[in-house]
Ligand binder design. Structure first.
Ligand code: GDP
Length: 431
């Protein structure tokens, strides 16, 4: 394998930068760049001068001998001082010594090819890197541990068992299935479909873990939408004034509650306006409404929210500090500036959007590619079940095979190189 190099830490200013080299020449490139013929003991850090054409930096270097490395190949890592320029100089030097620049995801792809991890584990690493919330990180680490692969592989094995039974008999066209045998296969199909459908329905929560819950705050000008955004996020992100029409564009902010990210969209007060800029803001507010998971319709003692939505909503009654009685069942009473009932409102938003809670030990599909594969497999199996009594076993067998292959796109137990390339190309550089 050709030897590749890339920065494994984010580009920019930092205390340290890690440059990763992987491939057959990793060790000799490391020797050349430190200008010493050292026989590295694997997994041991050495403090060495690293030479580039115009700089010398004291770095920590380490060598991992194949197969005991991230990629399964010989790997060298150089920990230089941070800073974009220095790291780039070292990378350039490695290239002049014979490395190729790694493409996005190439390290993980090699790890996959060398049996170091499955595709879903690799995707788990990406989720972990990109995780913003506690729940996201947990799901990423579940994937990384290969739990999804285990489950999907088990489903593939169930299909293989069914296929083995059917294929054995395909060689004897005169073979007649007894009704017991047919219903046995049908039962197995039903079990598998229900397991797949379970994964699909839980994936709604999986997507929430991954993407967060989108919450729009709507209402007339001056009802306290910006104050509510600030109270929920404990920030001063949105400008609060008593001048109507202050929020003209959408202000976005987020908070984390019970491990989930809630993304807030504070919209321009929706009302009839002649102001062109405000009108654009109002149009944006209305289109934001189409893409959110829940809407907070804000009213006050003197203004009732008249924004209609077909999304789930909560009627929030702000400025309730100005009221003497708060007895209306249709409203959730809060006071944004006094921080009154804000935590209870967070709980209400959570309950209305995160169905059945999030179980930390449960496996959630969070990747739309995985969800699409499972949906496809489930519908292929449903088709077979529908036509089972009126079709031939070779058609059943070919449908089972296509369900098996599509599940293989999650577990990695498939041989389609094009799919694998596509998946890894979405990774970032240095991974
Ligand atoms: P927006 O135009 O809907 O975003 O409203 P703002 O958040 O800018 O608030 C408009 C005015 O209402 C400001 O003067 C706020 O101080 C005031 N306000 C916001 N929340 C409350 C509240 O809970 N109680 C009272 N009494 N005033 C509030």
């Amino acid at each position: 394998m050709e030897t590749i190099v890339a920065l494994a830490t984010p580009a920019g200013n930092s205390g340290v930068a890690v440059i990763r080299i992987s491939g057959d020449n990793a060790k000799s490139i490391l020797q050349k760049i430190i200008r010493e013929d050292l026989d590295f003991e694997p997994r041991k850090m050495y403090l060495k001068n690293v030479y580039t054409s115009n700089l010398v930096d004291k770095c920590l270097v380490v060598y991992f001998a194949s197969p005991n490395s991230f990629t399964g190949e010989d790997v060298a890592e150089i920990q230089s001082h941070g800073g974009y320029f220095l790291a780039q100089q070292i990378i350039k030097e490695c290239i002049s010594l014979g490395c190729n620049m790694a493409t996005a995801g190439e390290f993980s792809k090699r790890a996959f090819i060398n049996g170091k991890m499955s595709i879903d584990q690799a995707e788990g690493i990406m989720d972990l890197i990109n995780a913003e919330s506690d729940a996201q990180a947990k799901v990423g680490s579940t994937l990384m541990q290969g739990k999804l692969k285990e489950k999907i592989q088990q489903y593939q094995n169930n299909l293989t068992d069914m296929l083995a039974e059917i294929e054995a008999k395909l060689d004897y066209p005169e073979y007649e299935y007894t009704s017991d045998e047919s219903s046995d296969i049908k039962e197995k199909l039903k079990d598998l479909i229900s397991s797949l459908d379970g994964l699909i329905s839980d994936s709604q929560n999986g997507l929430i873990i991954k993407n967060g819950v989108k919450v729009a705050i709507v209402g007339a000008p001056n009802v306290g939408k910006s104050s509510l955004l600030n109270a929920l996020t404990k920030s001063n992100k949105a400008i609060v004034t008593d001048i109507a029409g202050t929020t003209r564009d959408i202000v976005e902010a987020e908070y984390e509650y019970k491990g989930i990210i809630f993304r807030l969209f504070d919209t321009a007060g929706i009302h009839d306006s002649d102001d062109i800029v405000e009108k654009i803001g109002i149009d944006r507010a209305l289109s934001t409404l189409e893409n959110v998971d829940i809407v907070l319709r804000v009213s006050t003692p003197d203004t009732t929210c008249n924004v209609e939505t077909d999304k789930p909503y909560i009627n929030v009654f702000n400025k309730s500090d100005l009221l003497t009685s708060k007895s209306n069942q249709d409203y959730f009473f809060i006071s944004a500036i006094n921080n009154e009932n804000i935590d209870a409102l967070k709980e209400e938003i959570f309950n209305q959007t995160v169905k059945e809670g999030i179980q930390s030990d449960k496996l959630y599909l969070t990747n739309t590619r995985h969800i699409d594969c499972v949906k496809f497999a489930s519908s292929a199996l449903k088709n077979i079940l529908d036509i089972f009594d009126s079709t031939t076993m070779d058609i059943v067998s070919s449908e089972l095979k296509s369900a098996w292959s599509i599940l293989g796109e999650i577990s990695g137990i498939t041989s389609d190189e094009a799919i694998i390339d596509k998946i890894f190309s979405k990774f970032c550089l240095g991974k």
